[in-house]
Ligand binder design. Sequence first.
Ligand code: ATP
Ligand code: MG
Length: 451
Amino acid sequence: MEQDIRITLPPKGKHIIETLRQAGYEAYAVGGCVRDSILGREPQDWDITTSAPPERVKALFPRTIDTGLAHGTVTVMLQGDGFEVTTYRIDGDYEDSRHPSQVTFTGELGEDLRRRDLTINAMAYNDEAGLVDLFGGMADLEAGVVRCVGDPRERFREDALRILRAIRFAAQLGYGIERETAAAMEELAPSLCRISAERIQVELVKLLVSPHPDFLRIAYDMGVTKVFLPELDKACETPQNHPHHCYSVGEHILKSLEHVEPDKVLRLAMLLHDIGKPACKSTDEQGIDHFYGHPAVSAKLADEMLRALKFDNKTRGRVVLLVERHDAQLPPRSQVIRRWLNRLGPGAFFQLLEVKRADNMGQALEKVKNCLAELDVINSKAEQILAEGQCFTLKDLTVNGWDVVSAGIEPGPEVGQVLNGLLEQVLSGNVPNERSALLKLLNCKSMNSPK
Ligand code: ATP
Ligand code: MG
């Protein structure tokens, strides 16, 4: 079915399609960029599908990169921008719910669209043909439905990652999942265990930073998280009988996700901040549940889970730090805040405030107001400390190692100790960060220091 829908192709994409057409081939923008253009969303990249074999694509453009020649993908470079151009293909047998064991090139656009996962991702467009929509993608976009192209069981058997992709697209777009597709997802969820951690990570992050991170609940209900996040299932099955909590641990996690901005580190931190609670639960004589020591246990689990999902060290380190500190006492006093700024650095410190805020928002109501007001005070005091250039690290001190040595301290580890001692005094507000005051203190110190 071709429809009268106009999409504005970017000039370079248009140029590639035109060049291929003038050489006698078919070429279309396809997949995510078509879907996003129709929805009025900015496409992340423009993928092009063509009847031209890869060697012809390479011959037609001066600068290309062999991105995935075996799968027919060549990246065409135009003034610094890359466009993936892929030859129409039929995916061969899928032996293991992973990659097709082989692909066959075809001259038929329809065959290429048929191999794609969801109807909303299986549309093609060029200015001459207009929209090519063979599987009802447009109707599903209008109805807000995620549906497989063809028989969902077959499609998920070919590549189980599509199960997680379906939930990720539902979360990104706020869509429902069509019944047959949903039934097949639930049935085949266990086969996700054969999918690599790297591929799962990509989809999990896109789901987490989407406008509906709480759609993880659908993944839980369908038995999807059980495969790669069984700890979340445990959390969903752990009630919290406590005056500060009105939700199960899992429900609180899902709520808190919605209250933090869509940033990878922050959303991962919320996902994992209480993940150790099920292991720490105890119930007192009054029937109140406690979770003593859960931040440390959560941090340890978070570290293991992020390693298993193959996250990079930087992301893992920051998330684990935030999980570990999420429950730390943080009185709204400047000297405490300076100390925390020193310990974590401003970047991690402000993230910690975001984590604390979202954690509170996901709890019982009466407690929330006080905590949020206190976090606002901490936030503005921390901003003030930074704006005024107040001292909270060694390099902010108005004296340095030379001054310490000039005051008669032997060069060596003692210099650092003395500087840290001065910083300690400044952080507590006992001494101003003024050179004369610090030099005076230094001279007293060196006189007292054993030679
Ligand atoms: P995003 O905006 O996240 O990039 P996208 O739709 O472009 O979304 P990609 O993962 O970049 O998604 O894939 C591009 C296109 O390739 C999809 O639109 C879909 O047509 C097809 N595709 C990607 N992964 C699969 C898969 N596992 N099975 C079938 N088709 C897929
Ligand atoms: Mg894409």
